[in-house]
Each structure stands twice: as structure tokens, then as C-alpha cells.
Design a protein around this ligand. Structure first.
Ligand code: NDP
Length: 253
């Protein structure tokens, strides 16, 4: 099936529009996994394997489309593919085995909706990078590439170190939650979500195409409300939670 750039972009406008509609709704419906886990969404499965399955879709989907596309690819397309792969190989096959969440569950409904979300985002980005891209080597000297890759790497490091800190915080006991302290945690409750948003905004600037922008907008639509729910939960759970700390954007929200 051949999809033209006009068709793909038309779809992307609709997909981005949907994210903008869903963003405010997500402030009222907290996705029930992690600390917000409950059984209201029906049957559950192992949290660890749920993460592996839902996140692996992203790297497998992107790889099938990108690597399976005929013809030569630009060097930049390989760089973009490599960065996506770096993030998602870690997120799918390493992160779930590092979290201290043994015997925890995740609703199958959450896993299914994440699979759908990842299929669309990996599908649109993979199709663009495999079949439609027209980057030349001059792109590596473009300000958009330079700003984008700096944001991507900065966001990735913030996300990795914040997740790493949280993983070690509970000292092995899956049911313990503590107040995170130090570094960016002094300013916001969820530096891991902030880093992830920075990362995909950087990717969108670096790639300068609508599928990459779509993924960044959806990441904002998912993670800003999730960080807000985490922040409310922290305030409710710990009476000594730092007053001035914001949810996700230092000094702002
Ligand atoms: P959380 O911050 O809720 O949890 C990260 C890990 O740390 C979990 O294992 C969690 O355990 C543990 N943890 C968190 N806070 C504490 C605490 N105060 N005390 C002890 N342990 C703690 O992250 P998410 O589950 O929301 O997301 C995980 C990663 O996936 C993040 O990097 C996020 O950016 C990314 N993500 C990306 C999305 C996207 O749209 N691109 C969507 C969702 C997530 P437990 O699970 O038991 O609570």
C-alpha cells in the first residue's frame, strides 16, 4: 500500500487534533497503573510483562517499516531510527526488569491502549523515515537538527537518571513509596516525565516532520496529566510533602 506524504500528513493532523482533545480529559481520568493501580479497567496481567509487550510494539513496528522499506536511506534517517531504537530497546527490554515491581499488576486495558498508541506512533514515524524522507547531509548543519538533538539527549539523560533514582528509592520493597529528594526533584514531582517530554520535543524539532510532532504532542497529552495525578497523590499521601514543588514544569505547573 502506497501512502503519499499528503495522505500521511492529513492523518497526522487528525491524530494530533485527537491528542489535543484528550489532553484535558486525562486530567480527570487517571490511568490505573503504578501507584494508581486499581481493577476498574477489568482484568490485569503482570506489570513487568505488560511493559515489555506494550513498549516492544514501538521498536518492532518502527523497525519493520524502516528496515523493510526498499531503497537507500539518508544518513539522518539512520540517526533518527538509531535514537528511537536506543530509547525503546531500553524502555521495552531493560527498564521493566530494573523496576522493583515484582508481583505487581497492570490492567490489560492499559496494555491494549498503549499498544494502539505505540502502533500508530511507530507506524507513522517508521513509514515516514522508511518511505517518504528526503533528508540530505546538509541537515546535520541545520539549526533545527542541532537544537533538536541537544534537547533529545538532555531529555533522555534527565529521564534516565530520574527513573533510576526512583527505582532505587524503595530499596527493593515493591509497596513502599518515599518522597524523592535532590536535583530536579526539589522543583518538580516528576522529572522523569519532564525529561521524556523534552526528549520527544527534541526529536520532533530534529526531524521536523508531522509524525515526529504527533508523537511529541501525544507524549505531552499522556505525561502532563500523569505527572499532575502523581503530584496530587504525593500531596495527599505525605503531609510533609514540599510545599513549593510543582508537578512537571519547574516554577509553573
Ligand atoms: P513513575 O514515576 O510512576 O514510576 C517509575 C518507577 O519508579 C516505577 O517502578 C515506580 O513504581 C517507581 N516509583 C515512582 N515513584 C516512586 C516513589 N516515590 N517511591 C518509590 N518508588 C517509586 O513512572 P511511570 O510508570 O509513569 O513511567 C515510567 C517511564 O515510562 C517514565 O520514564 C515515563 O516517562 C515513561 N512513559 C512514557 C509515556 C509516553 O507517552 N511517551 C507514557 C507513560 C510512561 P510503581 O510502578 O510501583 O509505582
Amino acid at each position: 500500500m502506497d501512502i503519499s506524504i499528503v495522505q500521511l500528513n492529513t492523518f497526522m493532523y487528525a491524530w494530533i487534533g485527537l491528542a489535543i482533545v484528550i489532553l484535558p480529559i486525562q486530567f480527570f481520568i487517571t490511568a490505573p497503573y503504578g501507584r494508581h493501580y486499581n481493577t476498574a479497567w477489568g482484568k490485569s496481567m503482570s506489570n513487568r510483562w505488560g511493559w515489555v509487550i506494550m513498549e516492544a510494539v514501538s521498536i518492532i513496528g518502527l523497525s519493520i517499516l524502516f528496515l523493510g522499506a526498499p531503497g537507500e536511506k539518508s544518513l539522518f534517517a539512520w540517526v533518527a531510527y538509531g535514537l528511537w531504537a536506543l530509547h525503546y530497546v531500553y524502555r521495552s527490554f531493560i527498564f521493566p526488569f530494573r523496576t522493583r515491581t515484582k508481583d505487581k499488576f497492570i490492567p490489560i486495558g492499559i496494555v491494549a491502549s498503549a499498544i494502539f498508541f505505540n502502533l500508530i506512533n511507530a507506524g507513522t514515524n517508521g513509514y515516514y523515515l522508511g518511505y517518504l524522507e528526503t533528508y540530505t547531509n546538509d541537515w546535520f548543519f541545520d539549526l533545527r537538527f542541532i537544537i533538536g538533538i541537544i534537547l533529545f539527549i538532555t531529555g533522555m539523560l534527565i529521564n534516565f537518571f530520574a527513573d533510576n533514582y526512583l527505582i532505587h528509592l524503595r530499596n527493593g520493597n515493591p509497596n513502599v513509596y518515599l518522597i524523592p529528594r535532590g536535583g530536579l526533584f526539589e522543583y518538580i514531582s516528576c522529572p522523569n516525565h519532564f525529561g521524556e517530554i523534552l526528549e520527544w520535543i527534541g526529536f520532533a524539532i530534529m526531524c521536523w516532520n508531522l509524525p515526529a510532532l504527533g508523537f511529541a504532542v501525544w507524549t505531552v497529552a499522556n505525561l502532563v496529566p500523569r505527572a499532575w495525578s502523581h503530584h496530587k497523590w504525593y500531596r495527599k499521601t505525605f503531609s510533609d510533602y514540599p510545599e513549593k514543588r510543582k508537578a512537571i514544569f519547574p516554577g509553573f505547573l
